[in-house]
Design a protein around this ligand. Structure first.
Ligand SMILES: [Fe+2]
Ligand SMILES: [Fe+2]
Ligand SMILES: [Fe+2]
Ligand SMILES: [Fe+2]
Length: 284
């Protein structure tokens, strides 16, 4: 395989890991200014993943939804921030090395643009690590990981299944958006992937708010390359999900969670209809 494609795939797997690592930290922090700041960085990493995947496609490669390892270590918030800063330092070193080897001016400009973001992220994480370190020493202890509030088994199952599903849908639709040539279908798949990322965030935040770790592994995704097979797989995923959410809506105890699942299920119904329309247009 093309050496450049391999380099970009490695970077894409790192970006993917950064998205998940930072979101995990943001959700565990809960509400607040710092959590918002970290979530915004995770969105930047998502954009980097998107930019790299487009280049992989442009250079004749296949974008990857594999992920490099996520750093799950650390019990204090300052320690998480320090680990995030370390991840940024690794990214900075990698992209500096890439820039020295890349000849295509447009690709070089994109990597330089990503590098500038990483340098900014590194500074933010260094600042946050210092801030939380001072807070901890002022309190003389690590801020408590909130005593886990009670979470009924049915509610927990719904949240955990939902997080894994939304993660899968997000990756699958992004992958399909990169591979499909039809412009309208590609744009729509990308938009719905962003919507699935919102669902992922709502459910993962809910789970973290109850003091539970969010699942880090998606369900298996469909990586079809032929446009109508893609859309058929996407329609099936939505249909299965609508049924699964219906099952959870009947069982969950928490009224707020029931409302959230019903809201999300409604989006999934829209997705199903949209994908059916796109499929018939493609076949038209
Ligand atoms: Fe990045
Ligand atoms: Fe970054
Ligand atoms: Fe969803
Ligand atoms: Fe959906």
């Amino acid at each position: 395989m093309n050496e450049l494609v391999k380099m970009l795939q490695k970077a894409a797997k790192d970006e993917h890991a950064a998205v998940i690592q930072y979101l995990r930290h943001a959700y565990m922090l809960g509400e607040g200014e710092e959590a918002c700041e970290i979530e915004a960085i995770a969105r930047d990493e998502m954009r980097h993943f998107w930019m790299l995947s487009r280049w992989i496609r442009k250079l004749g490669g296949t974008p990857t939804i594999e992920r490099n390892p996520v750093d799950l270590g650390g019990t204090a918030i300052s320690d998480w921030m320090h680990r995030d800063e370390e991840a940024e330092k690794r990214a900075i070193a990698l992209y500096r090395d890439y820039i020295a080897h890349i000849k295509d001016p447009a690709l070089k400009a994109d990597i330089e643009r990503i590098l500038a973001d990483e340098e900014n992220h590194r500074e933010i994480f260094a600042h946050l690590a210092g801030k939380f370190r001072r807070l901890q020493s002022a309190e003389g202890r690590v801020p408590p990981q909130s005593e886990a509030p009670s979470l009924l088994p049915a509610d927990r199952e719904a949240l955990e299944w939902g997080v894994r599903h939304e993660y899968t849908a997000l990756l699958q639709y992004l992958f399909h958006s990169f591979m499909v040539k039809d412009e309208e279908a590609s744009r729509q798949l990308e938009l719905q992937a962003i919507n699935e990322m919102q669902h992922f965030g709502w459910l993962a935040e809910e789970l973290a708010g109850k003091g539970r770790e969010m699942p880090l592994e998606p369900h298996p995704a469909d990586l079809s390359l032929e446009p109508s097979s893609m859309l058929r797989a996407d329609i099936k995923l939505e249909q299965d999900t609508i049924r699964k959410y219906e099952h959870f809506i009947q069982r969950v105890q928490d009224a707020k969670l029931k409302k959230l699942l019903t809201f999300i299920q409604n989006h999934e119904m829209y997705h199903e209809g949209l994908f059916k329309r796109l499929l018939s247009q493609l076949q038209g």
